[in-house]
Design a protein. Sequence first.
Length: 851
Amino acid sequence: MAVALVAASASASRLLLTTNPGRFVGCRWVPQRRGSHGSQQKLRSSVSGGSVRRKDSCVVRAMDQVASGKVMSPSAGEKTDASSDAESELLQAFYAIPSIDKAWTIPSRKGEGGFDVVVAMSQVNLPANAKRTFLSTVYIPETTAATTPDYHWSPFPFEISGASLIVPSPSGAKVLIIRNPKDATSPTKLEIWGPGQLLREIFVPSSVHGSIYGDGWFEGVSWSQNEEFVAYVAEEPALSRPIFGQNASTSGQNSNGALEAGNWKGQGDWVEDWGESYSGKRRPVLFVANVSTGAVQVVEGIARDVSAGQVVWAPQAASSDTPQSLVFVGWSSYADNFTTPRKLGMKYCFNRPCYLYHVEAPVPGKEPSNAAPVATKLSEGVSSAFSPRFSPNGKMLVFLSAQAAVNSGAHNATNSLHCIDWPADGIISGKRQIRDVINVVQHAEEGAFPGLYCSNLIANPWLNDSSTLLLASSWRSQQVILAIDVESGTMTKVSSSESMASWNILGMQNSCVVAIESSPTKVQSLMLGHLASGDSPVKGGKEWNWSAINVPSLRFAAKVETAMQSMRYEILQVPAPMTDPLKSLSEGSGQPFEAIFVSPTGSINPPTDEARIESIPPLVVVLHGGPHSVSQTSFSRNAAFLSALGFSLLHVNYRGSLGFGEEALQSLLGNVGRQDVGDVLAALDLVIGNGMADPARVAVLGGSHGGFLAAHLVGQAPDRFTTAIARNPVCNVSSMVGITDIPDWCYVEAFGKEGMTNYTEAPSVKDLSVLYQCSPIAHLSKVKVPTLFLLGAQDRRVPVSNGFQYVQALRARGQEVKVILFPEDLHAIDRPQSDFESFLNIGVWLKRFMQ
Ligand SMILES: *[C@@H]1O[C@H](CO)[C@@H](O)[C@H](O)[C@H]1NC(C)=O
Ligand SMILES: *[C@@H]1O[C@H](CO)[C@@H](O)[C@H](O)[C@H]1NC(C)=O
Ligand SMILES: *[C@@H]1O[C@H](CO)[C@@H](O)[C@H](O)[C@H]1NC(C)=O
Ligand SMILES: *[C@@H]1O[C@H](CO)[C@@H](O)[C@H](O)[C@H]1NC(C)=O
Ligand SMILES: *[C@@H]1O[C@H](CO)[C@@H](O)[C@H](O)[C@H]1NC(C)=O
Ligand SMILES: *[C@@H]1O[C@H](CO)[C@@H](O)[C@H](O)[C@H]1NC(C)=O
Ligand SMILES: *[C@@H]1O[C@H](CO)[C@@H](O)[C@H](O)[C@H]1NC(C)=O
């Protein structure tokens, strides 16, 4: 349910709606909005000494059809309002900033201690509505902590186009490039490159498998230790469709497979998919390819109702008689923590039970041995197991678990880390003992580790001591890098504890770490961390030294540089309001939560003079989705764009957010629309009380659950906001429950943990009324400010009808509403042009109502 703050078609789909009375001034139409915002205006006047603000004379580019409430699309080729040209130029400058997506570390072939880092970066290509990915390499010489080395970058980056996945082999001697087919009948292409040339190109016909998964969830491509085989996850071939017509009973097809005249293909049975972002995607299945012969074979022994993913090779057994084997994650077709035979939506939902399995690997080209292999469950007893990684010495299999999510029904929760000791002979018999390495943290004392919030380990997360594992995890409003000694379970923060910035891990080599650091006011930088030799990796954070490996001559537009230089941010501690005195709070849920405040002007201190309140930048409250997700102190170009337009931002990590311990997270279940709304208002009170915001100029912006909160806030606290902007918001849970791919979410968030047992595919009228009561639509009649909606027509998580129902109800009440509908977008609205049009309109809309 999360929509990150990232992220349109001016043409036919753009609606500009208003039903307010207005008048024409020359060719422009000026709405009379005083009436509908009377109390807002009064509040403003009292604060600003009665002066009439520009807000009143705002101009809408709209014609009479619009004024009468009819839908009008701008005429062909019409440009956006001239006043938005400057914003458009500024936003394009932010979009030109490259982002660092991945990096691979390759040991030095010179036999020295140094290594190469191949960095994959990307830039948005707006005209093509696509992303450009390009690679650049930097050589890191063997360093001593005291000296700052001279890094040698390759002279230019090179664009890799059309690649779905890029996977270097463990030694770095080869790289696999996967090119997925553009249509259902073309083959999938696997290219194996050596240091100087293409070694082999494998074409896999659609009758063997469809696209290879590169979705970051089922996705898994693994080179065997000897680099002779690759295991990967692909869509099983399409079922053949029935043929009807004259010769249908024989074959209906000629020898070329073409339909005979007079015959046609029917549809066949409906095949259920995994919901949001998996529309029409077939079951993920495992395959192994022989790199030198190009032979490809399916992995046998996996039950049909299991979707397989995240495959890795098990260590090569000491005896060569033992066949090579694979470990993978399997998700059953129905989530057994909810009583329903269906596939509940998978994307963003860590509460789907999953297990590790072990299976014998096929040898492509050879007939399978007579005893058919059968996949066996390795992680029985733990309701969730994913991201399997073997230690370099092959003695340990480590994995992450979201058992707290599976067991509570929350779509995301505090994770845990576990380990299975792997037998040297590679023979897995009977139940393996599972050791807990990091347990779920219920609540933490101030400054202490709040629990593990990591959903993915990098391909090789190990230091070369074979027992220290590094990962990135949310720690309150920051993302940090942690080093964990898997044998003892001790843990330390590796990323610099001095900064409030956020970190992510890219790769490791020897005892060096390559990472990214960024903040709301600073774009990503590539960082190198190293451990002085002899130091224990998990003793305090001090032994890690960090230095930047800056990409040479990386320049940004002057207006971006200037705007970013004056921005400042801080993390605020917000005391938890006591929402319901009768409800007994768990210790963790009474602890303070956080909000990130970003100021565009550099000053986070209030002006001393009361009269200067007008000089305080207008505030945008930004709310993440989920609700079990988090706003982090990392760079976001869309957020930075809004800051550059002159807005202060307040990202509220209301209770229920990740990174604050399990009790605080669980406190929101059953209380959505109340506790989270109260938390946002408490954070707003805090910044207003501190003189950091003008109470008369506050907007709220959010997507998904953040959009749910934006709509709730303008309904429940109509005098506190000037406008609300909602991206694919949840507006009416009682209607969403029947059409979303995750009806379980509606039950758990509205009823609490009990929603798991009371979940039903056929909600009773009583249940529907509870779902209605927690929805923004229950407060619709109190809304009195203009609202902007950005909707993705292909969203299966919060189907577009949910937003439209709310929009139509607001219009029927005479409220000003603007809607942009993106016909091809999903829940995240993250296709480059859609993202751009969304945030350009958000910026222009905010300027219109807030300055
Ligand atoms: C880290 O760097 C500082 C200088 O920047 C140096 O004094 C210190 O010895 C280094 N520490 C280690 C463990 O290498
Ligand atoms: C049906 O199949 C038979 C034998 O394959 C062939 O002779 C005949 O022409 C086919 N009829 C049509 C209408 O395609
Ligand atoms: C797979 O490739 C290896 C070389 O890497 C070759 O020796 C072997 O015969 C191939 N196996 C099959 C079954 O084709
Ligand atoms: C769920 O939590 C993990 C961290 O545990 C985070 O990486 C991921 O983005 C979260 N997913 C959503 C949808 O918020
Ligand atoms: C790990 O790498 C460091 C160099 O970065 C080296 O000094 C050390 O000996 C290596 N340890 C092992 C166990 O290979
Ligand atoms: C909310 O959804 C329910 C169930 O579909 C529906 O009966 C009701 O009319 C909706 N409310 C509004 C105001 O649209
Ligand atoms: C769940 O169902 C039980 C039995 O019907 C009922 O007593 C309980 O109130 C329900 N819980 C919720 C949160 O609706």
